[in-house]
Design a protein around this ligand. Structure first.
Ligand SMILES: *[C@@H]1O[C@H](CO)[C@@H](O)[C@H](O)[C@H]1NC(C)=O
Ligand SMILES: *[C@@H]1O[C@H](CO)[C@@H](O)[C@H](O)[C@H]1NC(C)=O
Ligand SMILES: *[C@@H]1O[C@H](CO)[C@@H](O)[C@H](O)[C@H]1NC(C)=O
Ligand SMILES: *[C@@H]1O[C@H](CO)[C@@H](O)[C@H](O)[C@H]1NC(C)=O
Length: 181
């Protein structure tokens, strides 16, 4: 290798990537500060920060970008719970009351998913009041799901943990959206 080409080799394969890493590092740090700042006002700041960081774009996102990510995380979670309920319902030996509750929850989660989808569209149009109303409607859906199991004593909801986590994700998104207004 001539001295010249080894310099270019060094430059392109070592210095240049290093430079990229450094810029990325700077930006990740900046983004993480914003994540900490927006999650300060959320009622579950640890879950808020952890959930926003699952998105690879959160480091570079601004406030509105973080609000979008928060809604997307809530959407993914509700979709996951929808599928989980469908699996629970695929059981021929289910107790009829539990089957009814799960069928209701299945509809409520489908509605919650739609509310979050509408909220995502509204957020990109800066329709903050719509986002607020629709995310709250999604929370109400999941409250109704949880409430259903309480209509008969001696029954327990098998969705309590999922319902709580989804509501926390929604409340985190709401806190960020309130900061945007
Ligand atoms: C960090 O990201 C922002 C937006 O993506 C960009 O404008 C800025 O130049 C980046 N900073 C560095 C140091 O790369
Ligand atoms: C949604 O939250 C529940 C409860 O924490 C969890 O079990 C599930 O894996 C989550 N799903 C997604 C896609 O985030
Ligand atoms: C329903 O459950 C059966 C066995 O429990 C399984 O073989 C089947 O794939 C399931 N169907 C769906 C749609 O998940
Ligand atoms: C079906 O439901 C019964 C009663 O709730 C439960 O004991 C059983 O584990 C369930 N079966 C499957 C495959 O989930």
């Amino acid at each position: 290798m001539e001295p010249n080409s080894s310099f270019f080799f060094f430059f392109f394969f070592f210095l240049l990537p290093l430079g990229h890493c450094f810029a990325l590092q700077v930006n990740l740090t900046a983004g993480n500060e914003l994540i900490e700042k927006v999650c300060q006002h959320s009622p579950h700041s640890d879950i808020c920060m952890a959930s926003l960081r699952t998105d690879p774009n959160s480091g570079q996102a601004d406030m509105e970008g973080l609000a979008l990510i928060a809604l997307k995380v809530a959407h993914a979670n509700a979709t996951d719970t929808s599928q989980h309920i469908a699996k629970l319902l695929n059981n021929s030996t289910l107790d009829p009351f539990i089957e009814q509750c799960l069928t209701d929850c299945s509809e409520q989660y489908l509605d919650a998913v739609e509310q979050i989808e509408d909220s995502l569209v509204a957020l990109t149009a800066k329709g903050f009041h719509d986002v607020d109303a629709w995310v709250k409607a999604a929370i109400a859906d999941v409250d109704t799901c949880e409430q259903g199991f309480k209509e008969k004593p001696d029954y327990e909801s098998m969705l309590t943990h999922r319902n709580i986590i989804f509501k926390q994700l929604c409340n985190n998104a709401l806190a960020i959206i309130h900061d945007l207004q």
